[in-house]
Each structure stands twice: as C-alpha cells, then as structure tokens.
Design a protein around this ligand. Structure first.
Ligand code: ATP
Length: 215
C-alpha cells in the first residue's frame, strides 16, 4: 500500500482475547486504528450498506425493531446452517474488506499517526488481508480465559463460546504466523508495558520503511 505512513499492522486474536482492549491502548498512544468489527456494525446498522442484500437474502425476520441486524438471531441461524453462514459472509466480507482498506489508505494519507493498526478478528482464517498489511500482531491468552471473559461480558453460554472458538484458528495456528505476540494472560496493567514497547518498535519500523520508500 503506497502512502505517507509506511506501516500497517494487522491485529488479531481469538474471541475475547483482548483485541479491543489492546487496540484502545494503542490508539491512546497515537496509533491510527481501523477496526473491522466497528465497520461490520456500521454496515449492519439500520441504514447500513449491507442491509438491502441481507434483507433480500434472509428476509425481515433477522431485523431488530429499529431495522438494524439482529446479530444474535443471525448467529443462531448461521450456526445451524452453514449455507446461511456462507451467504452472510458472501455479503459482508467483501464490503468489510473494501471499507477497511479504504480507511487504512485514508488514515495513512492523512499522516497524523505514525502507523496504522488494522483490527481483524479472522485475519488468519480469511487470508484476505495479507496483501494489505506489513506484519501480524497476535493478542494471546489461555482458552479458558477467553471463555471466562466472553461469558462475563455477554449472555453466551460456555458451549456457545466453544462453538465460536471451533470456527476460529487455534491458538497454535495464530502463534505460528505471528510476527509479534502480546500476552494477555495477566492483569490489564501488565499488558501496557508490552504495548508501549511495540508502539516504539512500530514507530521505528514505519520510519525505516518510509526512508527506504523515498530513497
Ligand atoms: P471479541 O473477539 O469478542 O470482540 P476482544 O478480543 O476484542 O473480544 P476484548 O473485548 O478486549 O476482547 O476483551 C474481552 C473481555 O475481557 C472484555 O470484557 C475485557 O474487558 C476483558 N479483558 C480484556 N483483557 C483482560 C485482562 N487482562 N484481564 C481481565 N479482563 C480482561
């Protein structure tokens, strides 16, 4: 991606691993953050760009009263029927990808941040972002911690969290392709030291890449 900012870091991790918490800390330090989950929510809001195709494919039964996508109903539908899941992904994934790449470009060209962090929960599984990122940062924690944290913040049962995890890459698969790993197995405060170190490293990598690009 040719731009004023020269480093795009793809941030990923399993459900509940701490991606949002980590991305928020990077943003506080000055990184530009583009979050595909935020984009997915926007696309499936009442006036979202994905809604006409979703209504045409699934009917009005997957909407909440205010017209936004009923995510829990959709999740149940997709889990019981892989064809439904494929249809939803065929609508959403290209839209999410093109919007997130466009936002990364805008952030890079605005040149107000030293690098861009692109948050993609299924970065490794989809493979669709690799040409757009320079390195992969994995947020890692134990699977038991993932389950406990997701259950604490949502109405999902342990089995439902397990089922979602089964559709995602394993911890070992993620760690195998990581350029950088942030361990989120401890207290939140412990994370910050690792984030600050990576922030300094990304500034330096971005600077070096920028120099090389302009030689
Ligand atoms: P998802 O994949 O579901 O979007 P995520 O990877 O973005 O999740 P977060 O939302 O950052 O993960 O964290 C999941 C939950 O765990 C949140 O409620 C968060 O406050 C909590 N959490 C994150 N890190 C820690 C930690 N180190 N200790 C305790 N709780 C944590």
């Amino acid at each position: 991606m040719s731009s004023a900012v020269s480093l795009i870091v793809g941030l990923t991790g399993g459900i509940g691993s701490g991606k949002t918490s980590v991305a928020d800390r990077f943003a506080e330090l000055g990184a530009a953050v583009v979050d595909t989950d935020v984009i997915a929510h926007e696309l499936t809001s009442a006036q979202g760009a994905a809604m006409p195709a979703i209504i045409q494919t699934f009917g009005g039964g997957v909407l909440q009263k205010d017209g936004q996508l009923d995510r829990a109903a959709m999740r149940r539908l997709c889990f019981s029927d892989p064809a439904m899941r494929n249809s939803l992904e065929a609508i959403l994934h290209p839209l999410i990808r093109s919007e997130s790449v466009a936002r990364c470009r805008r952030e890079a060209n605005a040149d107000h941040a030293p690098y861009v962090l692109l948050v993609v929960p299924l970065l490794i599984e989809s493979g669709a972002y690799h040409e757009h990122i320079d390195r992969i940062l994995v947020v890692d924690c134990d699977e038991t911690q993932q389950i406990a944290r997701v259950m604490a913040r949502s109405a999902l049962s342990e089995k439902e969290v397990h089922d979602i995890m089964a559709t995602q890459a394993s911890r070992a698969q993620r760690l195998a392709v990581a350029d950088d790993v942030l361990s989120n197995t401890g207290a939140r405060d412990e994370l910050l030291i690792g984030i600050q170190a990576l922030h300094r490293r990304y500034i330096e990598l971005g600077r070096r890449a920028g120099v090389t690009e302009h030689v």
